[in-house]
Design a protein around this ligand. Sequence first.
Ligand code: ADP
Ligand code: MG
Length: 244
Amino acid sequence: MIKVEALHKNFGKLHVLRGIDEHIEQGEVVVIIGPSGSGKSTFLRCLNLLEEPTAGKIWFDGVEITDKNEWKRGGLDAHRRDMGMVFQHFNLFPHMNVLENIVLSPVKVKGVPRAEAEETAKELLEQVGLMDKILAHPAQLSGGQKQRIAIVRALAMRPKVMLFDEPTSALDPEMVGEVLSVMKNLAGQGMTMAVVTHEMRFAREVGSRILFMDEGIIREQGTPEELFGNPQHARTREFLAKVT
Ligand code: ADP
Ligand code: MG
């Protein structure tokens, strides 16, 4: 589904991603862990080209999305639509109610008929248990509810891949579970996911593969059993000792 080859990203003199080779297969849940500042967010943002890689190539669903000719053909927007992204802060539009937040992009960007977009929105709201909030405004929702709506909003575009960047880090502890449970269900439905998180229990239970990022490279990776049970690298052991 996604293939990354020799990916580098510089911000001026700061060399943040220092050569990443990686692939994500359809249906995989790849969990990315690692210290703050190691490049996890930059990596996710490069995957959907929110950041332009300094060097290297990325293929998505068979197409090289880092190819500038592909951009000229208008491919970039299409590929972005196929990758849903959920951030730490929910970025819901505050002046719109929940339904409007969800149907906006499908209708405006994808040209989905409004009635159909509303049907999809209702189905998804049902799945995350928030049908009763359909006409609420973001200010009337808890953090956990807002994040579940942000996930629904991304899913409403029917993406092929979902990228999550610390989706529970800004939440009060009692709301973390409801968001993780939505993500777990999504994984169970076969969604391809890349998830940056500090929730090690989620990583163990739901991750098909764990990547440990450190200083702009993937220092070590493996199944949850391998990475948590028998970490090979001293930096991995050091990190895990702090977070688990
Ligand atoms: P992580 O998500 O693992 O905490 P980030 O990818 O956010 O790490 O950041 C990696 C490094 O890149 C940090 O040193 C950060 O300050 C720097 N960085 C991230 N985004 C930018 C940017 N837009 N401009 C300059 N430096 C950035
Ligand atoms: Mg980050």
